[in-house]
Design a protein around this ligand. Structure first.
Ligand code: V55
Ligand code: FE
Length: 490
């Protein structure tokens, strides 16, 4: 008998789902554009068995992968667990064997030394496979259509790094997957590497480098010529684990850095250049980065203080929910100057926002359009009856960086929204010409809809809703793959 803890993190809207299944031809309201031919994969944390610890972190749940297959104006749904090594041994044991979030000291004797990953953060199609990713472990390979798990890979020994970041990006110019990993040589090490994987799945190079201190390096940027990495003091160490504290804690006495490393083979860690931010802030996800002459722009939602109450201040300062609110900013550094400081930091919005996205055909390039989730505290939030915790993202926002204009769609008083994803109308359509798809979770009726909006006319509301007969758990990240990238029978 599974008994999940009677805690806010495991009950109400955060009750585990644990459901695998298939629904052919979802009920649709409105019209799914018939040229949409491909898949939207996304993932949420969803513990297979009750956690060993009552106060388990949301980020510690096993990866549950959902696929929405769009074709001929229809949408088919499939959902399967990412069968990590952890998932398999726990399945066989019928209970949790791994302990607290990124704390191997709390694991069962029998699983010592095993890969602890949950593959719960992002899923992306590359080289005909679905890569299921978690920043503390290698890449898990799944079939993009059946969602069967093949297992972890080190790409034929070509990636020495023990970890594979969840925010891998495809460079639209080369088609290479650009990614890095931290804690490359073991837990809490400051070793990292940057690598690229070509469209056929071959690793082209791996460049090792060191960071100023160990921290959560959750996302990064790439430009045409550089890998760009922000260092924000959500830090950790073995002492914390021995004391049973959360893996990460915020240390606002440490500086924030932006590292810039040339992309390519023949580069070494010595080629990394570090720029220091004007003050210590919190930032996690990256909308995009690009070069402008010798300047590099790096667009990130930035908060004045720690945004993660579950990774508390290491000096025991109380959590400040106002300082925790992120707003999109542009960081600029100049490779042409001798300065070790940022050139500028500019706020780009008045909206509380996170989960930034772009038209991914412009990754690393000068770009105009960005989208993301917005929390508008002015709108009625009937969904709070469902006890949503954390941020209450109730709108999808669009930022036009060329005009400064903002546009948004409100999901209504009963619903919160999961990370949006841009889909081009056609392969060659102009930047931003296409659709935004996102899961909308009604916390009152307990159903999730996958909504489709015109990306440049969000305020018009959904063109279509593919309706699930269940509500999915809050997810992290997901991506669109055009049918041409899928291993479909000819
Ligand atoms: C994040 C999510 C994670 C994690 C570390 O911001 C950082 C997100 C879903 O897991 O392990
Ligand atoms: Fe993320």
């Amino acid at each position: 008998m599974a008994h999940f803890p009677n805690t806010p993190g495991q009950t109400g809207v955060l009750r585990p789902l644990r459901l695998e299944g298939d629904i052919l031809d979802l009920e649709v309201e409105g019209e799914i554009p018939s040229q949409l031919n491909g898949t939207f994969h996304r993932v949420h944390p969803d513990a297979q068995f009750p956690p060993k610890f009552e106060n388990d972190q949301f980020f510690n749940g096993d990866g549950m992968v959902s696929m929405f297959r769009f074709h001929d104006g229809k949408v088919d749904f499939r959902q399967r667990y990412a069968q990590t090594d952890k998932w398999k041994v726990e399945r066989a044991a019928g209970k949790s064997l791994f302990g607290a979030y990124r704390n191997p000291l709390t694991d069962d004797e029998s699983v010592q030394g095993m890969i602890r990953g949950t593959a719960n953060t992002n899923v992306m199609v590359h080289a005909g496979k679905l890569y299921a990713m978690k920043e503390d472990s290698p890449c898990l390979i799944m079939d993009p259509l059946t969602l069967e798990t093949e297992g972890y890979t080190d790409f034929g020994g070509k990636i020495k790094n023990q970890t594979f970041n969840a925010h891998a990006k495809i460079d639209p110019v080369t088609g290479n997957m650009c990614n890095f990993g931290y804690a490359a040589t073991g837990l809490f090490t400051t070793d990292c590497s940057y690598f690229e994987i070509d469209p056929a799945g071959n690793v082209l190079f791996e460049t090792f480098f060191e960071v100023p201190y160990y921290c959560m390096m959750h996302d990064f940027g790439v430009t045409q010529d550089y890998f760009v990495l922000h260092i924000v003091p959500c830090t950790g160490n073995w002492e914390r684990l021995r004391a049973g504290k959360p893996h990460f804690g915020f240390d606002k006495t440490l500086p924030v850095w932006l590292g810039v490393l040339p992309r390519g083979s023949g580069v070494t860690g010595k080629d990394m250049r570090w720029f220091k931010a004007p003050k210590t802030i919190f930032a996690s996800h990256v909308m995009n980065a690009f070069q402008d002459g010798t300047k590099i722009h790096f667009d990130v939602p930035q908060a004045e203080g720690n945004s993660f109450p579950f990774f508390p201040d290491i000096h025991d300062d109380s959590f400040d929910p106002v300082a925790a609110l992120p707003y999109l900013h542009r960081w600029t550094v100049d490779m042409g100057s001798n300065s070790e400081e940022f050139s500028s930091v500019t706020r780009l919005t008045t909206w509380i926002d996170e989960f930034p996205r772009l038209d991914e055909r412009y990754v690393g390039q000068a770009y105009r359009h960005g989208w993301g989730l917005v929390m508008d505290p002015e709108m009625p939030m009937d969904f709070l009856r469902g006890r949503a915790s954390g941020f209450k993202m109730n709108k999808i926002g669009h930022w036009d960086h060329a005009t400064g204009k903002e546009d948004c769609w409100w999901a209504g008083p009963e619903s919160i929204v999961q990370e949006p994803c841009f889909v081009p109308r056609h392969k060659d359509s102009a930047e931003g010409d296409g659709y935004i798809i996102a899961l909308v979770d009604n916390l009152i009726t307990n159903y999730s809809d996958l909504v489709v909006l015109d990306a440049l006319r969000l305020a018009d509301g959904p063109i279509a809703r593919a309706k699930l007969p269940i509500r999915l758990r809050s997810g992290l990240h997901g991506n669109w793959a055009d049918a041409s990238k899928l291993p479909l029978a000819a």
